[in-house]
Design a protein around this ligand. Structure first.
Ligand SMILES: O=C(O)CCC(=O)C(=O)O
Length: 255
């Protein structure tokens, strides 16, 4: 019997559970560069930015004029912001993982995620239960994101929660609200969420997760900003639908 490589085991876990944590995915030296770039980018506040006040998820300021109204949630287009971010998004380790998962050449979407997420202690919001496919329009619902923890991520500073196996569950449309968040007023949804887990991430750990995996995240109750770099990939045969936001930006082929 041949034993499975660590990467193949991670891929099987994403197929089966919808997500997999890969410890120490980024070497220490590169992680330090990513952290430096992240802090410089937040201080520089170059557009395009998404502010907490724009989305107004629970815990966010009510407007840009309110206290904390300028709090950044996402620094968009991470790929173009800094060479360290671009290097990570197209790193051989990411490309090889994705090619092994999709079984074909892969592309990175620059229209979705492709961001540095910041979660701030005071005005950082919580994100309710959802599937990322709500953002996207592709031929097939088969995309995988990589969430890279630049620092510690745990329940107290707003880490992600996942429902194992939820990417394979079939839900009627009325299980979700108009914004495609899982409705919290339903006992059947509460039952699904009961199985959720929040993996603790160390700096440099990555979580790979499928676009249909139900996930959420809490508020940041610590006193430090949490930084995470997030990119999404798909196989070459799975094209974005013409005329949708998913097709609005040229994609990046990982060669
Ligand atoms: O950090 C968070 O609040 C969760 C973000 C998230 O789930 C998303 O952007 O899809």
């Amino acid at each position: 019997m041949t034993s499975q490589s660590p990467r193949q085991a991670q891929i099987e876990q994403v197929r089966d559970q919808g997500y997999a944590v890969v410890p120490k995915f980024v070497p220490q030296g590169e992680l330090a560069k990513l952290n430096d770039a992240a802090r410089a980018q937040l201080a520089g506040r170059a557009e395009p930015l998404e502010l907490e006040a724009d989305l107004r998820y629970p815990g966010a300021p009510s407007s840009r004029a309110a206290a904390g109204g300028e709090t950044v949630r996402r620094l968009l287009d991470a790929y173009a912001r800094d060479p360290a971010f671009a290097r990570w998004g197209t790193a051989p380790a990411v490309r090889e993982w994705m090619q092994a998962y999709f079984g074909e050449p892969v592309l990175m979407s620059r229209a979705h995620h492709n961001c540095l997420m910041t979660k701030h202690p005071l005005y950082g919001s919580l994100t309710a239960w959802h599937r990322d496919i709500r953002y996207w329009s592709f031929e097939r619902e088969d995309l995988v994101s990589v969430w890279l923890a630049l620092g510690e991520e745990q329940i107290d500073n707003g880490a992600l929660w996942f429902v194992p196996g939820s990417h394979r569950m079939v839900f009627d449309a009325d299980r979700f609200d108009d914004a495609k968040f899982l409705r919290t007023d339903r006992a059947d949804n509460a039952e699904v969420i009961r199985a959720a887990d929040s993996p603790r991430l160390a700096p440099g750990d990555a979580v790979f997760f499928h676009c249909n995996t139900l996930h959420s995240a809490g508020k940041n109750l610590s006193n430090a900003v949490k930084f995470s770099l997030v990119y999404t990939y798909h196989g070459r045969s799975n094209a974005p639908k013409a005329g949708t936001r998913s097709a609005s930006r040229p994609e990046l082929a990982l060669e």
